[in-house]
Design a protein around this ligand. Structure first.
Ligand code: NAD
Length: 424
């Protein structure tokens, strides 16, 4: 029987499936394995009744998807956002499988979320929502089944409520079920900077394989949140010139190089962690947009879909290192390729975050904690090795890095799924 390909109206899921089917065909995967990997193993939908502060009850929809567990427990964040839906969770879980596989860590992909605008909740309402969500997904999460983490609008406090709720339900401490926890609660030193450190490391390694030096390279960084800020700091420490940074307040440009320490000072003092005030620094001007600014390396570290068919032609950088998830639409990717711009794909470049989560899980399972220096050393080792594996594969097979990353990631999971057999 011919393979019936899955389709979706959800743009994220459709893009993820299209990329997957293309790579699966190139790998000549058997139809049965392709079909198994195109489907999620488990999709959990829960309702979450929350008693609001005014005494009324509001019900929210929540989800947890485990895409594939052939190589290990599923791993991925939980987001709280008004646009969360089951298809979005499935697409993100699907991409997590490939990210974990490519990183060489023993996880499959998972993702979850609650359809809620958390800015509309009080702290007590947020706690009740978090605890009830944790209680409702309790049957499907565990250190050896599915390990959630923070994502959009969730943080260490919310992970603590999740862990505490499930620990109480099970009558024992369960620290290894959730990562991204605060340091006193079995969290990990080094996790905060891990994703940015990994993104910057990919940029540095890229320069090395091209026979260049990152020192003096002009970098533009979109987004100055967790990922963008530590990407900027690591690159500046390595001698790169950060000529532009941006956030929701606008794009700040300085031909002589932005003072990254000043950016940290401003965001640290701002309740919403904004860069406003940077325009007052000597030599800094505000420019219209960041993707078209004069630079060597552009690092989108803000949100998905920022490089589109409409703006891709204006990109002046020669290299793009994707810190955000899905910053380049498939149409924009083609335009960048025609312009000869080399792209290091998101699920390689930003995998420092999930590798860091893996370190936290390892430490929690063993109850033995590493120093920040040990954490960073291991992270750098894995990031460099993964970067070079994908680079070498792309050169050997004459394919773009995104394609090379997909092929390597899918092959590892497909081999494991085939060896384990159909009864998973
Ligand atoms: P964050 O919320 O800490 O920071 C986001 C930043 O982007 C903020 O500075 C915000 O002002 C800025 N921003 C938002 N919209 C913008 C716009 N239209 N133009 C310019 N700037 C804008 O988020 P984060 O944790 O840094 O995550 C950023 C991206 O990286 C997301 O795509 C996320 O999924 C991805 N990611 C994060 C991690 C992690 O460990 N935090 C890991 C892997 C991938």
């Amino acid at each position: 029987m011919a393979l019936v390909k899955r389709k979706s109206d959800n743009v994220l899921l459709r893009t993820a499936l299209e990329n997957f089917y293309g790579a699966a065909e190139e790998l000549k995967l058997p139809d049965g394995i392709t079909d198994m990997l195109a489907h999620s193993e488990r999709k959990t939908c829960v309702s979450i009744p929350v008693e609001m502060d005014d005494g009324t009850i509001k019900v929210f929809e929540g989800y947890r998807v485990a895409h594939n567990s052939a190589v290990g427990p599923s791993k991925g964040g939980v987001r709280f956002h008004q646009d969360v839906c089951l298809d979005e969770c499935e697409a993100l879980a699907f991409m997590m499988t490939w990210k974990c596989s490519l990183a060489g860590i023993p996880y499959g992909g998972g993702k979850g979320g609650v359809c809620v605008d958390p800015t509309q909740l009080s702290k007590k309402e947020l706690e009740r929502l978090s605890r009830t969500y944790a209680a409702r997904i309790e049957p499907v999460v565990g250190a050896w089944t599915d390990v959630p983490a923070p994502d959009m609008n969730t943080n260490g406090q919310i992970m603590t409520w999740f862990m505490d709720t499930i620990s109480r339900m099970r009558g024992r401490l369960e620290p290894a079920i959730f990562t991204g926890k605060p340091i006193p609660l079995w969290g990990s030193k080094g996790r905060n900077a891990a994703t940015g450190l990994g993104v910057a490391t990919c940029a540095i390694e890229l320069m090395k394989v091209l026979g260049k030096d990152v020192k003096g390279m002009k970098c533009a960084i979109q987004g100055f949140g967790n990922v963008g800020s530590f990407t900027a700091k690591t690159l500046a420490d390595a001698g790169a010139k950060i000529v532009a940074v941006s956030d929701i307040t606008g794009t700040y440009y300085c031909a002589d190089g932005i003072n990254v320490a000043k950016c940290f000072e401003l965001t640290g003092a701002s309740p919403k962690r904004l860069l406003s005030g940077l325009e007052k620094e000597p030599g800094v001007t505000m420019i219209h947009d960041i993707q078209s600014c004069e630079c060597d390396i552009f690092l989108p570290c803000a949100m998905e879909g920022s490089i589109t068919a409409e703006n891709a032609a204006s990109v002046k950088a020669k290299y793009i290192v994707e810190g955000a998830n899905g910053p380049t639409t498939p149409e924009a990717d083609k335009i960048l390729d025609e312009k000869g711009i080399l792209v290091v794909p998101d699920f390689l470049a930003n995998s420092g975050g999930v590798v860091g989560s893996y370190f936290e899980w390892c430490q929690d399972l063993g109850g033995f904690f590493w120093t920040e220096a040990e954490y960073n050393e291991r992270l750098l080792h894995i990031m460099k090795e993964n970067f070079h594996r994908v680079w070498d594969f792309s050169k050997e097979h004459n394919v773009k890095m995104r394609r090379a990353a997909f092929l390597a990631a899918i092959k590892r999971v497909a081999d494991a799924a085939e060896m384990r057999g159909v009864y998973l």
